[in-house]
Design a protein around this ligand. Structure first.
Ligand SMILES: CC1=C(CCC(=O)O)c2cc3nc(cc4[nH]c(cc5[nH]c(cc1n2)c(C)c5CCC(=O)O)c(CCC(=O)O)c4C)C(CCC(=O)O)=C3C
Ligand SMILES: [Fe+2]
Length: 393
């Protein structure tokens, strides 16, 4: 099943794919439970084959139970879908927005099948993940690739995805606004003399996954910070700080670690970082959930519940900045990212607020490797599925 997709999908500089005539957008997301009975089946879906201990699942189930078994993520994606539809309509762009999830209904394979049955043939995916790592990039590409293979739609339905958008102004600007407002609030709370620190928070991942993130098998160690995942977050954080207050103190911290204790994950954890800041005389923190697109469970539990409690215990003033959510600039930015890839309404300019971007439309070989074994993926230079034109080659 090895095919040369580059012949049919001209890839120019930095993995850029030539614009195409898409006939639908797929908003692809994580999915979440919608009631107490969904919690355990959802957690099983998420962790299938991922080596997460039962104790961790038990603990995480309590986060969902505390919210009635309902994750906020599905409602947030319905709102984002509606906002994208409104923005497309306002620009006169006639592309329907489909919605599918990795871990909960509506599931991606069913959505692709329905899309095909409805007559769609070329789909551009927008994921709710901004950075490069297995969970945010390749896992989506695999899930789309597997869905095509298992349904027999490979070769009949073309599926691509937009570039990772961690440094697109549509993603970064809402954080700039939020951080400026948060900093003002926390500074007012601690007074003139009180030291304030900005904590950019993202999901911890195994260091092995971090090292493989965004990397090419040809240039495995091209990032000074050791990994594209860390480098992208540091660059996006720096872009925010530069525009809010270049003199502010800040750092990148991690949250939501799972996995077995002997497996190294990215550190420091946000709570440990807050302990250390408090010991060093810091009086207030602004927490920026830079790794996340909406205020889902990882944000409302790990930050608004746990980190906030830690701040109270340490007597730190605390403000949590909003995620992009359905901020108008974010919604418009996603539509701009779609227009970069479309023939009609094409936008030639590909803005990027850091030196790392604009990121690749087509991932390089081995990017965000899956150490548990290779699967068919879409949207990679080493991709085996997803292109109709290539199927005849
Ligand atoms: C990088 C990253 C993002 C950000 C990028 C993105 O958004 O894609 C993210 C988002 C999310 N993670 C989420 C939920 C969970 N993640 C888990 C487990 C894991 N996440 C990981 C990484 C990430 N996760 C990893 C390396 C694991 C270990 C298992 C594995 O190697 O795959 C588990 C299992 C229990 C646990 O271990 O905590 C749950 C329940 C939800 C939904 C929230 C809601 O329901 O509102 C969202 C948006
Ligand atoms: Fe996660």
């Amino acid at each position: 099943m090895t095919r040369d997709l580059t012949a049919q999908n001209p890839i120019t500089e930095r993995g850029r794919m030539a614009p195409k005539e898409y006939d639908a957008i797929l908003l692809a997301s994580f999915g979440g439970p919608e009631g107490q009975d969904d919690v355990i089946p959802f957690l099983r879906n998420v962790t299938r084959g991922r080596g997460i201990p039962d104790e961790r699942l038990e603990e995480v189930s309590h986060h969902y139970r505390a919210f009635g078994g309902i994750s906020p993520i599905n409602e947030q994606n319905r709102a984002l879908k509606a906002a994208l539809e409104a923005e497309l309509a306002a620009r006169g762009i006639e592309l329907p927005v489909l919605w599918g999830n990795r871990n909960w209904d509506p599931y991606i394979p069913q959505v692709l099948q329905d899309a095909y049955d409805a007559g769609h043939r070329r789909i551009l995916t927008v994921t709710t993940s901004a950075y490069s790592c297995y969970s945010s990039c390749r896992q989506y590409r695999e899930d789309l690739g597997m869905a095509l293979v298992e349904s027999g739609l490979d070769g009949k339905l073309e599926v691509d995805k937009i570039r990772q958008y961690f440094d697109h102004p549509g993603f970064v600007e809402p954080f700039i606004e939020g951080t400026a407002a948060g900093l003002a609030k926390v500074r007012a709370a601690v007074g003139e003399a009180g030291k304030v620190h900005i904590l950019f928070a993202t999901h911890s991942i195994p260091t092995r996954d971090a090292d493989a993130a965004g990397a090419s098998v040809d240039e495995p160690r091209e990032f000074d910070e050791g990994s594209a995942y860390v480098a992208q977050h540091l660059a996006a954080a720096a872009a925010v700080v530069e525009r809010v207050d270049p003199a502010a103190d800040w750092s990148l911290v991690y949250q939501s670690r799972s996995g077995a204790p002997h497996v190294p994950w990215l550190e420091p954890d946000i709570s440990d970082a807050m302990e250390e800041l408090a010991e060093n005389g810091v009086r207030g923190v602004v927490v920026v959930p830079l790794g996340f697109v909406s205020d889902h469970m990882e944000v409302v539990w790990d930050l608004d519940t746990e980190a906030k409690e830690t701040a109270e215990r340490l007597e730190l003033a605390f403000d949590r900045v909003p995620t992009p959510g359905t901020h108008q600039k974010f919604v418009a930015g996603l539509v701009d990212l779609v227009c970069e890839r479309t023939v009609a309404n094409n936008i030639a300019d590909r803005p990027a607020m850091t030196g790392l971007g604009p990121w690749y439309d087509v991932c390089r070989p081995g990017c965000c490797a899956n150490f548990r074994g290779e699967k068919p993926t879409i949207a990679g230079a080493d991709t085996r599925v997803g292109s109709v034109a290539a199927a005849s080659a």
